[in-house]
Design a protein. Structure first.
Length: 388
């Protein structure tokens, strides 16, 4: 556990799930820059309803909830991530703050009707920023304090343009420790426009059971505007299975993989799992748009396969991420693999697609005692491990 120093005290913070050998902090220089600026502004600058968007591990929420001199008002965190919400709850408890210290909403929940302070941790996805600013704009008024923060590499001309177009005139601060602040002045009488998300597109041909089908994508999910080449490759080589079995689309994104399985085997029950609210909503919308109403499916928001009964699945399919925010790590993939082994029945299979250079075959052999290459191309490899 690392300790974040703020103008109003220190806070012990961790990511979620907490790991004793975790070396990555639950905050970065962009969070520090914003908190330092707010500290200089004093408690008067934090009055009324304060909304924090995109707080990655709850550092901003915990620090502001622990600001004893902050004027009374509602503190609201808006996040697309289940893991972020769990980290925030744990960090609030660690700081001695109760569950009423702040409200935790998802990006798909109805935001507060009035926002007096809007703090935005710039997301990696420009689409997510666009969608959230559109959703929040009706609650912003000319007196709202709007401040964004992010690393220099995360703030682009397109980022500032969104703030300017949706909320009002925008400028940036000087850089400090490779981070920058965004200052936006809400414009009175600005015409409100609706978010262009969710977005749908038709899949190309030659993709088996989903050829020509339509997928639905909420803002912020991986490759929301087009089908990525890795998923396309997996769709062309999915296992052909039949009968009443349980299949898990782990890290489901827009749900195209699980939907393809359901269309190919209507007797299967497909469980779509992701830690992103937008992903689970996209997967359900994609499935409902394409599958027969009688086809069974479950949609689960959670931490990988935590909560899925042991030895309950016959097949797990996954395209694991190899980064979390700006940090490259295989921790998420390893958690997915170990979770898959636990939930698979004897004889059950884990199918993984990944970039060839990631070396997932080594981990799978260590965990399952076996791993075979189903197929590969110059960029991707599809691996199969069997629980014995």
């Amino acid at each position: 556990m690392n300790r974040l120093t703020t103008p109003w005290g220190e806070f012990g913070l961790t990511r979620f799930p907490e790991h004793p050998r975790e070396t990555l902090r639950a905050w970065d220089a962009a969070d520090e820059y914003l908190l330092s600026h707010l500290g200089e502004a004093g408690a008067a600058g934090l009055s009324g309803t304060v909304v924090i968007v995109g707080d990655r591990w709850g550092a901003l929420t915990t620090a502001l909830a622990g600001h004893e001199d902050r004027a009374a008002g509602d503190l609201v965190q808006i996040s697309d991530s289940y893991l972020t919400q769990q980290a925030t709850r744990a960090n609030l408890r660690r700081a001695g703050l109760g569950p009423d210290a702040g409200r935790l909403l998802s990006t798909l929940d109805t935001p507060p009707e009035r926002i007096d302070v809007l703090l935005v941790r710039v997301p990696k996805s420009l689409a997510m920023l666009e969608d959230q600013l559109h959703r929040l704009a009706p609650a912003v008024h000319p007196g709202t304090v709007v401040i964004g923060t992010g690393r220099v590499t995360e703030i682009h001309t397109s980022t500032l343009k969104l703030f300017d177009q949706i909320l009002g005139p925008t400028k940036t601060s000087l850089a400090a420790k490779k981070a920058r602040l965004i200052f936006c002045t809400p414009a009175a009488g600005r015409a409100r426009t609706t978010s262009p998300w969710p977005h749908s597109y038709a899949l190309p041909e030659e993709l088996g059971s989903v050829s020509g089908r339509t997928v639905v994508n909420h803002a912020g999910i991986f490759c929301a505007e087009r089908l990525d080449i890795g998923t396309r490759f997996l769709l062309r080589h999915l296992p052909q299975r039949h009968g009443p079995e349980r299949v898990i689309d782990l890290g489901c994104g827009n749900g195209v993989i699980g939907t393809a399985v359901a269309l190919g085997n209507p007797d299967a029950t497909v469980t779509f799992v992701d830690e992103s609210y937008a992903a689970v909503a996209s997967a359900e919308a994609t499935f409902r748009k394409n599958a027969d109403a009688a086809t069974a499916a479950e949609f689960v928001l959670g931490d990988s396969l935590t909560g899925v009964p042991a030895e309950s699945a016959d097949l797990v399919l996954t395209n694991p991420p190899f980064h979390t925010h700006q940090s490259t790590t295989d921790a998420t993939a390893w958690r997915m693999f170990t979770g898959a082994r636990a939930v698979l029945r004897t004889g059950g299979e884990l199918w993984v697609i990944g970039n060839r250079h990631l070396g997932y075959h080594t981990k799978l052999r260590r965990l399952f005692g076996n791993c075979e290459t189903v197929t590969s191309d110059p960029k991707f490899v599809i691996l199969r491990a069997v629980k014995r």
